[in-house]
Design a protein around this ligand. Structure first.
Ligand SMILES: *Cc1c(COP(=O)(O)O)cnc(C)c1O
Length: 231
C-alpha cells in the first residue's frame, strides 16, 4: 500500500462511516487531517497529491522546519502548545486544536491581535479523564467555552478530544458519544462571535467510529503514512 492508496481507502471508509451515522448527528463535511509528525516533506507532498488538503502537526518547531516547503495546505496544530511558542504558532496555523487553558487562550489572542488575525481554535476536552493527557475536564467545558469566547482575537470553532487507545476499538465509542454531547451543549450556548461547527476526534485506529459518532475532523497519521519511525 502506498500513500495514495491509503488516502483513497480512508476516504472510502469515511464515506461508509457517514452512511452508518444515526439521524441525530450533524451532517457537515469531513476534513481528513493528515498527521505529519515525523514525516518528510516528500511524504507530505504525496499525501497532498492524493487529495489531502489539511495537515496536522504536533510541535511548533517541527512545523516551522517544513512550513515554507508546503504552501498549498491548511496547517493545523494538534499537539500541546506552550505559551512561549504561541507567537510562532499563530503565524502558521489556521486552526489550533489544543487550547486547554484560559492562560493559553489569552496568549493566543494577544499574539493574534499583533498580526491583525482572529485565530480559530478548538477547546481540547479530556473526556476520558486520562491523567496522561492534556485538555480541560468535562465539567469545565462550558465555562471554558464562554471564557475563550470573550477573547477578542480568538474564535471558538468547536471541540477536540484525544481518546484513550483500546485494543478493541469499539470500546472507545462512549468517549466519542460523550464528546459529541458536550459539543452540542457548547452549540446551545449560542455564543456571539463563535462558530461552533468543528468536532475533532478519531485517529488511525478509531476514526470510523468517531465519524459515526459525529466527528467532522479526523486526525490520521499511521493510516496514511505507515508506522512512524522515531530517530
Ligand atoms: C499522532 C497523533 C494523531 C495520529 O495518530 P495515528 O494513530 O498515527 O493516526 C492524532 N492526533 C494527535 C493529537 C496525535 O498526536
Amino acid at each position: 500500500m502506498n500513500i495514495q492508496e491509503n488516502v483513497a481507502a480512508i476516504k472510502q471508509n469515511i464515506a461508509h462511516a457517514i452512511s452508518r451515522r444515526t439521524a441525530h448527528v450533524d451532517k457537515s463535511p469531513i476534513t481528513l487531517l493528515a498527521v505529519t509528525k515525523n514525516q518528510s516533506v516528500a511524504a507530505m507532498c504525496e499525501a497532498l497529491a492524493a487529495g489531502v488538503t489539511a495537515i496536522g502537526e504536533n510541535r511548533v518547531q517541527e512545523a516551522q522546519k517544513k512550513f515554507a516547503a508546503i504552501t498549498d495546505a491548511e496547517w493545523h496544530l494538534i499537539g500541546h502548545l506552550q505559551t512561549n511558542k504561541v507567537k510562532a504558532a499563530v503565524k502558521m496555523f489556521s486552526l489550533i486544536h489544543s487550547v486547554d487553558s484560559e492562560r493559553l487562550a489569552v496568549e493566543i489572542s494577544r499574539e493574534a491581535s499583533k498580526l491583525n488575525k482572529v485565530q480559530d481554535v478548538l477547546l481540547q476536552v479530556n473526556v476520558a479523564e486520562d491523567s496522561a493527557k492534556f485538555g480541560v475536564a468535562r465539567q469545565h467545558t462550558l465555562t471554558m467555552a464562554r471564557l475563550i469566547n470573550e477573547m477578542p482575537n480568538v474564535r471558538l470553532c468547536g471541540l477536540m478530544t484525544i481518546a484513550p487507545y483500546y485494543d478493541v476499538a469499539e470500546e472507545v465509542r462512549p468517549v466519542f458519544r460523550e464528546t459529541y454531547r458536550l459539543f452540542q451543549q457548547v452549540q446551545q450556548l449560542e455564543l456571539a462571535g463563535a462558530a461552533v461547527t468543528r468536532l475533532s476526534m478519531g485517529m488511525s485506529n478509531d476514526y470510523q467510529i468517531a465519524v459515526e459518532e459525529g466527528a467532522n475532523i479526523v486526525r490520521v497519521g499511521t493510516g496514511i503514512f505507515g508506522e512512524r519511525i522515531y530517530v
